[in-house]
Design a protein around this ligand. Sequence first.
Ligand SMILES: C=C(O[C@H]1C=CC=C(C(=O)O)[C@@H]1O)C(=O)O
Length: 372
Amino acid sequence: MDSISFFDALEQQYKNNLPFVVYSRPINSIIKCWLQEDDSVYKSETFAESGFLFAPFDLKQNSILFPKEHCLYSEITIDNLDVEDFESTEILQSKKERMQHIDLVSKGIDSIKNKDLQKVVLSRCETKSLQDTNPLNIFKRLFNTYANAMVYCWYHPKVGLWIGATPELLLKIEGKRLTTISLAGTQPYQEDKEVSWTNKEFEEQQIVTDYITEQLKPYASNINVSEVDTVRAGNLLHLKTRIISVLKDDADLKSIIEALHPTPAVCGFSKAKAKDFILNNENYSREYYTGFLGELNLTQSRTRNTNRRNVENNAYAVVKTQSNFYVNLRCMQLKDSNANIYVGGGITKDSNPENEWEETVNKTGTINTVLN
Ligand SMILES: C=C(O[C@H]1C=CC=C(C(=O)O)[C@@H]1O)C(=O)O
């Protein structure tokens, strides 16, 4: 299939008000799509199904599934997509929103100082009115701009339309191998500038790494934690640690998801207290922002020997089950020709409210670069 017919099918699906997802994983020129054949809202409760999952921040809300058996799947391989020229327009920051966020962060810092919490991730929603409201054009621009991100456009007529370019893997399971990352700490990327991090950022990222390794222990062995690295995500830099482990035989996906999600990269520590703080103090509902999305229990068959004449060896084809979930960050929801852009940051005892506001402004830049 070529890219024109691939995107024509998506345009048609959108026109017909039918659910779809189109996405590309990082460092990957494969773009995949799932077109659901009807507009039912299928939910995943056990995470034992197979298909494409779209899960909220608060798992008490619905995790939406595009079930494999109700979808048409296709993919293309391409490095760059044709899309009309455009110029992004700046978002004008409102004083009121700035003050609101600064107040929220100050409240978070107070709570940390009162020893209720060690870290809390606080966020807000910025609205921009759009001229070009075609979600597939926005997706194409994201794909062309962010090779290092998982870029996606997800639509369900009864749920909403979400678009994003996330740098954060929640987990990847291939057979028994589980890979995850700890990502936190942010600064703007500046060419030719030597990167240095403060203790505040090292601490907020270490909290994520410690939490993940601790939470994995009941389900995985041989937990291998890499050195901390600086990674670039568009106009930003983050601290990242890679964590690889081997799943125990009785580990099930639902328990692993509930153990990890939401990590302190998007919620805080302790998890229960941070989540309470967020649900009681943020001035809006996160819905699917800081939730996760991706492929759920897909089987992949790989032959050990690619020589087709070697029939005997082909009998030993390895069938592996794969899941890949990305945290829904640097994302927006498209509603009535407005982009609702979601941005947040990790707060610790050393946070400065003004800097935290600036960080959220910088984070809007990821998605705003492709909006006009
Ligand atoms: C919560 C967000 O980012 C998380 C991921 C990387 C760095 C973060 C930080 O520095 O605060 C956040 O933990 C967001 O982009 O909205």
